[in-house]
Every structure is written in structure tokens, then in C-alpha cells.
Design a binder for this molecule. Sequence first.
Ligand code: KIV
Ligand code: NA
Length: 278
Amino acid sequence: RKKVTIEALRAMKEEKTPITMLTAYDYPSALACSSNPLVDITLIGDSLAQVCLGYKSTTELSLSEMIHHTRAVARGTTHPFLVADMPFGSYQISGEDTARNAVKLIQEGRVEALKLEGGSEIRDTVRKLTGMGIPVMAHVGLLPQRHVSMSGYKVQGKDVNSARRIISDALALEEAGAFSVVLEAIPKELAAYVTKRLQIPTIGIGAGPHTDGQVLVWDDMMGTWAGHKAKFVRRFGDLKAERDSAIQKYAEAVKLRTFPDHSESYTIDKMTWEEISR
Ligand code: KIV
Ligand code: NA
């Protein structure tokens, strides 16, 4: 498949072709995303903080840790449009710091676009980056990087003020030049409305079926994540069962000395061995 572009994503919205986005955190998961022509966007989500690095929240992830992962994903990526999350703290300090960190993530991390969590309050940041020619994907609704100030990972936009705020945030970010927006954990009616109001594609996670696209975290989708399963997660695979059974079989075979067998072992010429062991 040809490289996916921002223009192609916009056309998919117009043609009502759903956009598939999936996270990847390393070379093999990037190759897997790239091996399927139906995957449009690969996201190096800062969810890697939890699912790959064992941190409690995405706020613990540094820019250099993110870059370490994006480089690996970039090496395995072909056609999907490649987006990375800007880690918490890398786009809040000052305009200068934000610009420097964004350039670093693009140049060293080798991604094509950056995703930033936040509403109207980050419009100037989004405008600054898009003005530099860096494509920005916005992210509104539930903002995991703000789980403490939001008092947990909760559905957003359930009351009048919160819903109106999400609508105006999405419009402000589109106006600031974002090429797409992620809608996380909001009522499906609100997501449908935002999707209709925006020219740019919306990508939902816990936002119902009426967004322009969907995204899931790799480990949730594969069924390898044993932790909390959000309402919006569907496990399309059961790789945890498969993985654990493989570990069990391997460990048993080692303990029983049934692994390795003759065919899995190297041998030396008999005469040579006699000479050595004489
Ligand atoms: O970090 C992440 O994986 C994300 C997506 C789930 C949208 O931000
Ligand atoms: Na994220």
C-alpha cells in the first residue's frame, strides 16, 4: 500500500471510510501494523509507560524514553502514517522548550506527526507547531496525562458544561491547525456531533461508533493486558492464554529434559570426538 498521508486521511472522512489506528511500541509491533493494509495510522502512544515500562501512569514517561521507542517503531513502519504522543511535561513549560522537544521527537524519533493532550488552553501550542510544519493530532475528552487533576480516569462530557467545553475545544484545535483529533471516553452522541462539526477526522477510543476512525491500545486489543479492562476495550485476540501456555510447555519440557531433542542439537563427527575425548 502507498504511504498514508494527511490528505488521504481527510479523503477517508469525506468518503466515510473508517480510519484504523493502532498503537505500536517496538519493532515487531510496528512490523505487524505495517503488514496489514487496513491499518492507516500507527501511534506510539505514551500508554507505553504502563504497558511496556510498568510505570503507574503516563506522567512518568520521559521524552528520551519515548524517542527510544519511536525509533524502533519507525524502523518497522512502512505505509501507516506515523504519530507519536508528546510526553507529559514536554509541551507545557514554554514555547521554546515545546518547539525544541517537538523537533527532537520528529528528527530523532523519526515520526511524522505528534499528538498532544488538551483543549483550548493549548491552542497556541498547536498553532506554534503546525506553523513550523509539524502535523499535530489533538486529543480531547479523557486526558490520561491529567488523571490526577481530573480525579481519575473518568468519562468526560456527560453534563452540559463539560460537553460544550469538549465541542469548543475540538473546534479551537481544528482552527489552530490540528489535522485530526482523538476523542477519548465521551458519550457517543457527543462524539457523533463533534465528528459532524469538524472538517478534520476524529479518531475515537471509548467514543462510540460514529467517529471517523477508531484506536485501541495494542495490549488491550491483543488480550495481553491483565490489568483493568475499560468498558470500551474489546479484546480481539487472546494472546495472553497463548503466551502463558507456551511458557508452561517450554518450562515443563526443560524440567522433563524433553527439550532439546536430537534434531534440535548439534553433533560432532564421531572420530573427531574420540580423538578429543581420548
Ligand atoms: O497513549 C495512547 O495509546 C493513546 C491512544 C489510546 C489514543 O493516546
Ligand atoms: Na496517549
